[in-house]
Design a protein. Sequence first.
Length: 75
Amino acid sequence: MSATTLSPEIVTVASLAERCDRCSAAAKLEVTIAGGGTLAFCGHHGNKHAADLSRVAARVAVEQGFAWAGEVRTA
Ligand SMILES: [Zn+2]
């Protein structure tokens, strides 16, 4: 068996009203966990935890204009 990384659904939103759960900065990322619940992160923490988040997230809302490190780009 190979370790498969789940690909969360990634949506772009105009703006987020949430605050980062770690530092209370304005959130750039809102993550819906596969098992239920949501987490919000600023750009710094969203990118710092990108690998972990993309593993547990069912859905990720990214604020428009923010380039999230966990987003898989098909250039
Ligand atoms: Zn933060």
